[in-house]
Design a protein around this ligand. Structure first.
Ligand code: ADP
Ligand code: MG
Length: 269
């Protein structure tokens, strides 16, 4: 029997896409799961917390055109309603802008910096079924804010050797955030990006999925499920057009993989 992901529940289900390493698939997974949840009739908001703004451009919004960003919301410089955009795929977005670059430094001067985003959540909870937060790489205050606000996290993992090497530091980082910020973190899923079953069959181990599952459960993150995402050039094409895979190539293998994941998330919520 497949075990369903378990959620820390709020009126809206909040999930942050987290990994301290760059390029593991945080933004891609956030947008593609958002796309399928939208197609499954959920009202979805994406919060772009990465100063690189890839979730913003990935939803077809030019970062240079953004007038009200997530940084303005965090620092009470704008009304939250004014920051919400409806993108052409029907997914809502609070975008990043260049001022998010300064936010990391500005946060350090606040008295309780890790909870600023969490304080904004109740207003958003009432309006959306899902709130998906795209975290920046690194282990700075923006990343911590995303975890403290969402509590549920999805960990996209690059299935190369260097990706696996990051698991230990990630575990230490998450346990540290749990303790320091009195937050119970729930790893809903780990997504193995660019997973090729045939490579692993011929390679070092046949049991990478199982190994990751066991790694997290042995380390007090026992609800974590591991799902795999195939490599596909359609991911690049969809991103070029500012569309999630659900709206560009829903029937492609990678489109169906993200659909299964979104359905699991929906059924487990
Ligand atoms: N399943 C996939 N197949 C092919 N390329 C992918 C896939 N998932 C992600 N990518 C590519 O990998 C790169 C890193 O992904 P991204 O989502 O930007 O990572 P992160 O947000 O963790 O930095 C991007 O260029 C993206 O297009
Ligand atoms: Mg990213």
């Amino acid at each position: 029997m497949i075990s369903m992901p378990m959620f820390n529940t709020h009126p809206a289900k909040r999930i942050a896409f987290v990994h301290h390493k760059g390029g593991t698939g945080k933004t891609t997974s956030c947008l593609n799961i958002a796309g399928w949840l939208n197609k499954l009739n959920q009202k979805v908001l994406v919060l772009d917390l990465d100063p690189q703004g890839n979730a913003t451009t990935g939803l077809g919004v030019d970062i240079k055109s953004v007038t009200t960003s997530i940084a303005d919301v965090i620092f009470d410089k704008a009304n939250i309603e004014d920051a919400i955009l409806e993108t052409h795929s029907g997914i809502y977005l609070i975008p990043a802008a260049l001022n998010l670059l300064e936010a990391e430094i500005e946060l350090a001067y606040q008295s309780n910096p890790s909870v600023l985003l969490r304080h904004k959540m109740p207003t958003l909870d009432k309006q959306f079924d899902f709130i998906l937060i795209d975290s920046p790489p690194g282990s700075g205050l923006l990343m911590i804010n995303s975890i403290v606000a969402a509590k549920n996290i999805i960990v996209p993992l690059d299935s190369g050797v260097f990706g696996f090497e990051t698991l230990l530091t990630l575990k230490i980082l998450l346990q540290d955030i749990q303790q320091k910020h009195d937050t119970e973190i729930n790893i809903v899923m780990t997504l193995l990006k660019n997973f090729s079953a045939s490579f692993f069959d011929h390679g070092l181990t046949k049991n990478m999925k199982k190994w990751v599952e066991e790694f997290f459960s042995e380390n007090a993150f026992e609800n974590c499920r591991v799902c795999t995402i195939p490599f596909s050039k359609k991911i690049y094409q969809a991103q070029y057009l500012g569309l999630p895979i659900s709206h560009y190539a829903p029937l492609a293998r990678v489109g169906r993989a993200y659909r299964r994941i979104a359905k699991e998330i929906l059924e487990g919520s």
